[in-house]
Design a protein around this ligand. Sequence first.
Ligand SMILES: NC(=O)c1ccc[n+]([C@@H]2O[C@H](COP(=O)([O-])OP(=O)(O)OC[C@H]3O[C@@H](n4cnc5c(N)ncnc54)[C@H](OP(=O)(O)O)[C@@H]3O)[C@@H](O)[C@H]2O)c1
Length: 172
Amino acid sequence: MILITGATGTIGGEVLRLLAVRGARIRAMTREPARLRFPDGALIDVVQADFERAESLHSAVAGVDSVFLLTAPGTTGSVAEHDLALIQTARAQGVRKVVKLSAIGGKADHADDLPSPRHRAGEQALAASGLTWSTLRPSSFASNTLSWADAIRAGDPVPNMTGTGARPRDNG
Ligand SMILES: NC(=O)c1ccc[n+]([C@@H]2O[C@H](COP(=O)([O-])OP(=O)(O)OC[C@H]3O[C@@H](n4cnc5c(N)ncnc54)[C@H](OP(=O)(O)O)[C@@H]3O)[C@@H](O)[C@H]2O)c1
């Protein structure tokens, strides 16, 4: 059983779809189960849980072998706090492996090979957890440009998301 956190979002939704078509056993986590979309016929265990509520994470992780960990900036908590809450629960519940969706750092950090500051504490906690782990550090997704849609419709210039900075190197 693989727990997918962020399963209603851009990335988690696609991870869910790809694993479902491969026939993986999946548990999808969301605060609002009604928002969840998955392929017809897919057998998916849905769990209502919130990184802010430790007891809900216990139910989410119970009986799970692996976790896809996606923590997003939002109105509540920090990415680091949410990463730590899930990692601690995973250890306590005997999860074998956690795959953390991180992000590559920008050149402003003068360190192309580091994760973005937002994800550093979570990556470090996972590496020190004793669990089997992987971290993924993507660069900017093309879907970010959807945020330009209103400006384009209005005939306005589109914002340059990186200011004078360069896009981080893609690592293959
Ligand atoms: N966009 C990029 O170019 C890029 C590049 C590299 C890395 N990243 C990383 O990608 C991540 C964002 O992924 P995304 O774009 O897929 O996010 P998204 O579409 O905004 O989705 C956020 C997900 O997080 C869940 N969530 C938010 N707060 C939660 C909470 N308190 N408890 C439980 N679940 C919660 C939401 O679930 P519910 O609302 O259903 O509960 C939703 O499924 C960030 O960590 C970012 O650093 C992005």
